[in-house]
Design a protein. Structure first.
Length: 192
């Protein structure tokens, strides 16, 4: 298994596969429309890449980065390639592409009342088993609570806020449902 990445732009030959993965991997209310995803990828500080193993298309990912951190905004493995170890390999590959940066990502918060509770637990376990840690920081978006994970210690939100704000500005620019997360820590947990 030797994976490599190829930059995705509007001339990328496998755009139809990226579109297919985007539509099947993300719930409608969390999915960035495909045409806007391609436009966003042209912005400075954003990398949208396809992942291959030889000639096999494995998946894609989007990273928004600055001088210090990289926010893994999207990672999706093609349905036919899942459960083959590619997810963990891809996380290692992404970390190797940003060796001096803290990689930050978010997952739906563990919630026993959620209809996809088992999926949330599996996703959390996957990231914890692949070098990420719970940070104790959360945000709400689209009526869903997300937990922020990082591959290096995240001591305060000063690390994550600039990247999340950058994402918010991009969603405004491309007329995507506005991304205005309410960020908090467990120390300052919201009261229900």
């Amino acid at each position: 298994m030797s994976i490599y990445a190829v930059k995705i732009d509007d001339n990328f030959p496998d755009l139809s596969i990226v579109r297919e993965i985007n539509e099947e991997a993300f719930p409608v209310d969390e999915r960035v429309p495909f045409d806007k995803l391609i436009l966003m990828a042209q912005e400075e500080g954003i990398s949208l890449s396809a992942v291959y193993d030889g000639s096999d298309f494995i998946g894609f990912y989007m990273v928004i980065f600055n001088e210090v951190n990289a926010y893994l905004a999207f990672i999706a493995i093609r349905k036919s390639q899942r459960s083959k170890g590619y997810g963990g390999k891809l996380l290692q590959f992404i970390a190797s592409q940003y060796p001096d940066k803290k990689i930050i990502l978010d997952i739906e918060r563990e919630d026993p009342q959620a209809t996809n509770y088992d999926q949330r637990l599996a996703r959390q376990k996957f990231y914890l088993n692949n070098g990420f840690s719970l940070t104790g920081f959360f945000f709400d978006y689209a009526n869903v609570e997300f937990e922020i994970l990082a591959n290096k210690p995240l001591y305060d939100l000063d690390d994550a806020v600039p990247l999340l704000n950058h994402m918010r500005l991009l969603t405004l620019k491309y007329d995507i449902e506005e991304f205005k997360p309410e960020i908090y820590s467990m120390r300052n947990a919201k009261k229900n």
